[in-house]
Design a protein around this ligand. Structure first.
Ligand code: NAD
Length: 253
């Protein structure tokens, strides 16, 4: 399984103190990577790093808000000063705001687009500059079923995640020649805090079970296989793709 081995690689996963990001850092660490946990809450990062280390993983933390360009630039300057090379970047941080489009304020629209889409561009650009200089790198953007289709009340999220799909393609076509692979994962309906309102909504659950071929929600650690694959040499000729991990939802009528 050498082509899936991440030993000697450093992975930065944004928004990774909980939820899908947390499952992804655990998976990348188990495959041998040194992982850097990110989020906005220093205490939550500290406890996640402690738990990862207690499990025998090589983990560090860095707090920055993915919507703050100044903080992102400062974090990468600190990586440079400390000799930290980001070989694998997972743009995972995201938020959801649910409202009908006619009730959406422009400020909320911008907040969703900035957090889910613009952050992947800015952090991706900073990581890619350094990856290009080294001649290799892996970028994994977290998309969604919303990268392909819409549901009522999540308009800006759908626009952002569609943008993530095409940003992934843009990264691939510009950076493939430098040994960088940029791909995306499109999770289906996963059991995380982001979906708490839907998980508790009986009407939504019965609609979901009628639509989803697997007849169940996904578990965060079910993203690990795709994440390790896209972070590892096993995917060195896979570029610009989005892999749906959705229990068959995007294949169903
Ligand atoms: N849960 C699902 O069903 C699902 C489905 C498809 C896609 N996704 C995507 O997966 C990603 C993770 O979602 P999740 O379900 O784990 O959600 P979550 O709310 O549990 O976790 C999101 C993480 O991002 C962090 N974050 C939010 N804003 C940030 C900011 N400005 N700067 C730094 N960190 C920030 C949060 O603190 C949190 O740790 C998101 O991009 C989401 O859109 C989730």
């Amino acid at each position: 399984m050498a082509s899936f081995d991440l030993s000697g690689r450093t992975a930065l996963v944004t928004g990774s103190s909980r939820g899908l990001g947390r499952a992804i850092v655990e998976g990348l660490a188990a495959a041998g990577a040194r992982v850097i946990v990110n989020g906005v809450d220093a205490a939550r990062i500290h406890s996640a790093v402690g738990e990862l280390r207690a499990a025998g993983h090589n983990a560090e933390g860095v707090a920055f808000d993915v919507t703050s360009e100044a903080s992102i630039l400062a974090a990468f300057e600190k990586f440079d000063a400390d000799g930290v090379r980001i070989d694998i970047l997972v743009n995972n941080a995201g938020i959801q705001v649910r409202k009908p489009l006619v009730e959406f304020s422009t400020a909320d629209w911008r907040r969703v687009i900035e957090t889910n889409l613009t952050s992947a561009f800015v952090i991706g650009r900073e990581a890619a500059k350094r990856m290009i200089a080294r001649g290799h790198g892996k970028i994994i953007n977290i998309g969604s079923l919303g990268s392909e289709m819409a549901r009522p009340t999540v308009g800006p999220y759908t626009a952002a995640k569609g943008g993530v799909r095409n940003l992934t393609r843009a990264m691939a076509v510009e950076w493939a020649q430098h040994g960088i692979q940029a791909n995306a994962i499109g999770p289906g309906y996963m059991l995380t805090d982001m979906n708490q309102a839907l998980i508790e909504n009986a009407e939504f659950n019965s609609w979901l079970m009628s639509r989803i071929p697997s007849k169940r929600w996904g578990k965060p650690d079910e993203l690990v296989g795709a994440a390790v694959f896209l972070a590892s040499p096993a995917s060195d000729y896979v570029n610009g793709q989005i892999i749906y991990v959705d229990g068959g939802m995007s294949a169903a009528m």
